[in-house]
Design a protein around this ligand. Structure first.
Ligand SMILES: CC(C)(COP(=O)(O)OP(=O)(O)OC[C@H]1O[C@@H](n2cnc3c(N)ncnc32)[C@H](O)[C@@H]1OP(=O)(O)O)[C@@H](O)C(=O)NCCC(=O)NCCS
Length: 169
């Protein structure tokens, strides 16, 4: 498996990855396209197996830190073709992506998702770091501080940008 940066020529394959990963719905696929087109992607990686794109992860500037004054990006979405799931593709995409974010000077990455999955990458409950969210969830809203003291003194409510709201539900 190769993990490499997204290129514009990957757009159709990446759309298809998310459409398939999310059971045929296209909301996530469309949001990915919009964010790429708007240049909001901070880190965007594809996983390639046998010359075929089988997974994609996006880390985008979709979040407002609510006045916390830290460089935050949101991990969403991550998708792997159903026939390629449970083979480590999603984990490889997330681990590489977090490393690229750290190199890019990002302070912390937030994610809304299953704690059982994301805790293995270093994500912890965001409320423990003073970060609230607009969805009224607790355990599922997580943050991964990318360096020591990244979230010291932080107190804010993170909000996702409007284009992201269409992926809810
Ligand atoms: C979630 C997803 C990206 C994981 O990718 P993957 O390549 O299958 O994952 P990996 O092979 O790296 O890891 C597999 C592990 O993740 C676990 N896992 C997968 N989805 C999970 C979920 N929703 N909640 C908890 N654990 C999950 C599997 O049980 C497996 O656990 P194990 O290592 O203890 O056996 C992939 O299943 C997918 O595309 N799902 C549909 C889209 C989606 O829900 N995306 C996430 C929300 S943005």
């Amino acid at each position: 498996m190769e993990i490499r940066p997204f290129a514009e020529s990957d757009a159709d394959a990446v759309f298809e990855v998310h459409r398939r990963a999310f059971g045929g719905r296209t909301e996530e696929a469309r949001v990915v396209r919009q964010l790429h087109d708007a240049g909001e992607d901070v880190v965007s990686l594809v996983a390639v197996v046998d010359d075929r794109i089988v997974g994609h992860v996006l880390f985008a500037a979709t979040v407002d830190d609510g006045g916390a004054h830290v460089e935050l990006v949101g991990l969403a979405p991550v998708g792997v073709r159903p026939e390629n799931q449970d083979a480590g593709v999603g984990s490889a995409l997330i681990r590489h992506g977090l490393e690229r974010c750290r190199e890019a000077g990002v302070d912390a990455v937030v994610v809304l998702g299953a704690p059982g999955y994301y805790s293995r990458f270093g994500f912890e409950r965001a409320s423990e770091y003073g970060l609230g969210n607009e969805y009224g969830v607790d355990d599922e809203f997580m943050v991964d501080p990318l360096h020591e003291g990244a979230l010291d003194g932080v107190d804010g409510v993170v909000t996702y940008r409007p284009e992201f709201r269409q992926t809810e539900g």
